[in-house]
Design a protein around this ligand. Structure first.
Ligand code: HEC
Length: 127
């Protein structure tokens, strides 16, 4: 009787050791190495914040208004997305007609360019 109990304990000990494997109970945290996920891109969530930060001080109607169009609305950005100038300009590949944007500023980060590119390729939707 006593022996049986000990064996039970030993078996229990081993099985609990197995089940307690830390990597099974607590999987390694997923480290996000690519913080620039372009799987799902929406205008409101991904594009508007970039435009508001880097472009709207020139591309608006009320303010300096020096830029082409009004980027405070999605429609304004869709215009340049659809005529091709948006991607040309943010990639700093100016042509005789198109300039590098932000004008006089530094190129957007690769991450931001990737997001805008993806949004355009997805149809430049107002979503
Ligand atoms: C310092 C002011 C300024 C900033 C900031 C700026 N722009 Fe512009 N942008 C201009 C001006 C001025 C024009 C008109 C240039 C012309 O037509 O010769 C223009 C024109 C454009 C055009 C259309 C003209 C063309 O090349 O066909 C696009 C597209 C554009 N900007 C995109 C952007 C984007 C995207 C940003 C933000 C990443 C941005 N701009 C930031 C001043 C600015």
């Amino acid at each position: 009787m006593k022996k049986g109990l000990i064996i039970c304990c030993i078996v229990g000990l081993f099985s609990s050791c197995y089940n307690d494997k830390g990597d099974k109970l607590y999987p390694a945290p997923i480290i996000i190495t690519n913080s620039c996920d372009t799987t799902t891109i929406t205008y409101a969530h991904d594009i508007a914040p970039i435009i508001n930060t880097y472009c709207n001080n020139c591309h608006n109607t009320g303010g300096s208004g020096a830029g082409f169009g009004d980027f405070s609305t999605c429609a304004g950005v869709q215009t340049v997305a659809n005529n091709g100038s948006l991607l040309t300009d943010i990639n700093f590949t100016p042509t005789s007609r198109h300039q590098s944007m932000p004008q006089g500023g530094t190129k957007l980060s690769d991450c931001n360019i990737n997001k805008i590119t993806r949004w355009v390729h997805l149809g430049a939707q107002n979503n």
